[in-house]
Design a protein. Structure first.
Length: 114
């Protein structure tokens, strides 16, 4: 527990050193978002790592039956996506994408009208 407190303090001090806020209120908010992102990542990352490892194992089982392309997509789905909770995520400017992979397919083209 003490290690986490020291880590959170070090991260918040690093964030304060990087940012040059215009007002005291924004500095406090930046520190809060920085600490929140460090703590959020500390909670989120082990789940994401477990999901990635399981995706890699599943990919290995998928390869002999479905081929390299499908196995690659399984591994990408497990290990792709967001790995860190950033202040932008906490502010709602970015989305967390737990499952990675390719972009959704574009809608089918409509046939030309005559």
């Amino acid at each position: 527990m003490r290690y986490r407190a020291i880590l959170a303090l070090a991260a918040s001090l690093a964030i304060v050193g990087w940012a040059a806020p215009a007002a005291a209120d924004s500095a406090a908010q930046d520190v809060a978002y920085g600490v929140g992102s460090v703590l959020g990542t500390a909670v989120y990352a082990p789940f994401k790592a477990t999901f990635c490892i399981l995706g890699g194992i599943t990919s290995g089982f998928t390869f002999p039956f479905a081929g390299a392309d499908t196995a690659g997509r399984v591994a990408t789905a497990g290990c792709g996506g967001t790995w860190a909770i950033t202040p932008g995520v906490l502010k709602g400017h970015e989305r967390v994408k737990f499952v990675g992979g390719q972009a959704p397919p574009s809608p089918p083209a409509t046939p030309p009208s005559k």
